[in-house]
Design a protein around this ligand. Sequence first.
Ligand SMILES: Cc1cc2nc3c(=O)[nH]c(=O)nc-3n(C[C@H](O)[C@H](O)[C@H](O)COP(=O)(O)OP(=O)(O)OC[C@H]3O[C@@H](n4cnc5c(N)ncnc54)[C@H](O)[C@@H]3O)c2cc1C
Length: 435
Amino acid sequence: MLDIAIIGAGPGGLATALRLHQKGFRPKIYEAAPELKPLGVGVDIKVYGTREITEMGLLDEFRKISVEAKDSIFYTGHGQEIFAERCGKHIGYDHEQRFVHRGTLQFMLRDAVIARLGPNCITYGARFKHADQGETGVTIHFEPHEGAPQAARADVVIGVDGVHSAVRKQFLPDAMRTHYSGIAMYRGVTVMPPYGNGGMILHIGDPLRQGSLIVYPIADNIDGKGSQLVNWVCEQSGKPKGIEDWNVRIQPDDIAHVFDEVKLDFLDVSKMIQEAREVYIYPLIDIDPLERWSFGRVTLLGDAAHAMYPRGGNGVCQALVDARVIAEKLSEIADPVAALEAYEQARRESVNRLVIANRGEGPEVVRRLVEEKSGGKPFRHIDEMIPRQEVEALFMEYHRMAGMKRPDDQVTAGAFKPVFTEETMRKTAFATDIR
Ligand SMILES: Cc1cc2nc3c(=O)[nH]c(=O)nc-3n(C[C@H](O)[C@H](O)[C@H](O)COP(=O)(O)OP(=O)(O)OC[C@H]3O[C@@H](n4cnc5c(N)ncnc54)[C@H](O)[C@@H]3O)c2cc1C
C-alpha cells in the first residue's frame, strides 16, 4: 500500500486524509503549527460541500456544529429587499446548505481523522521545507523544530499547505505572487440573539457606494442562553491591502457607521458590527490559475493549488471535492505518478475557471444593477427597478453556471437577456462543473 504524506492539517488536508482512509490508505499528516487553534470566522458550505461531508460519514456531527441556511436575501443600501430565495433542501436540493465556523469545522475533521487513523497520524511542528524525489519515493525535509522530525519518507506527497504553500514554492517558484483585488475584507463575529428565522444569509448594501456586507449565523446557542454566533464580512474597495495573514485583528470603528442607512426591522446592522467579539482585516486575494499541480510524486490540493477569493464558501467546498477525487484516483490507478496526473486532469481546469469567475460579482450583480437604476435612492417598488421574472432568470442562470441547477428551474433558456453570457462570465459569474 502507498505511503501518503499530506502537508497541512487545514480543512483540505484533513478531508484528504479521511477520503484516503475510506479507500483503504493510512496517510500521515505533517502540520507546521505546534497545535491546531480554531482560527478564522465563518464559511458557507454549499449543497455540494454538505454532500461531501455526508459521504465522509460526518453529517450528524456537522449538523451539531453548524446552522442550516434557510433563506438568502438581497437588500439595497437602504435596506429595501431586492430578492429572496430559499436555500438547500428548502428549495429542493438533495442536501442542506449550512454555515459553520472554519475552526469548528477543522476541529470536527481533525477529531474524525484521529478516531479513524489514530492519534499519531498527525505530526505537529513539522513545517515542510523541500522534497527530494527519486524513482521509488520522496524524502520530505522539514524546518528544524524541537520535537519534530527532520525528514520523512513517502511514496506520494500532497501539498495542502494553503495560499502561501511551501510545496508550490519549490515546484512553481514563479507562482507565489498573490493577486490583490483592491478590496479589503473586514471579517467579524458577534454574539447576539438570532435574527429573522435564525437561518438567513443577508446580502446588504450598495456595492458602489457603501461596499458589500454579507451576514449569516454560524453557531446556535453559543452562550447557553440561545444566542447565535453571527458572522459578517464587509468588503470595501480602495482600502489598504493589509497583511496577507488571516489573523490580523482590528477594531470595528472603521466600518461601524458605513451601514447606518440600512434599516431592517429585524436587525440593527451598525450595532451588530460595533458589538463584534472579534474583527479581522484581510485583503481579498487569490492566486492566478496554475498551469500545473502535479510534479511526479508530488501534487497540490486545496488553497495551495487554487486559492480563490473567499466568497460563497467555494474555497473550502472545492478542497473537499479535491479530497474525494485524489482518493479515487490513487485507489483506481496503480502508478502513483499517473494517479496524480489523473487527479489534476479531473480537477484543474474547472477549478481554474472558478478562480477567475470568483473575481467577478456572482449573484451580487443584482445589487449593483438595482443601485445603478435607482441612483442609490429608495424606490417605491422593486418591480419598477427590475422585474421579478428577470431577477429569477438571473438567479436560475447563476445556479446553472455554478453547476448547481436549481431544482425548480423552469425558466426557458433564452427567455431573458442573459446576464452571465460567455463574454461576461469571466467577470461576473461562477462557471464550473461541481462533480
Ligand atoms: C488561519 C486561517 C484562517 C482562515 N479563515 C478563513 C475564513 O474565515 N473564511 C474563509 O472562507 N476561509 C478562511 N481560510 C481559508 C480556508 O481555510 C481555505 O480556503 C479552505 O479551507 C481550504 O483549506 P486548505 O486546507 O487548503 O488551506 P488552509 O485552511 O489554509 O490550511 C493550510 C494548512 O497548512 C498549514 N501549513 C502552512 N504551511 C505549511 C508548511 N510549510 N508545512 C506544513 N504545514 C503548513 C497551515 O498551518 C494550515 O493548517 C483560513 C485559512 C487559515 C490558514
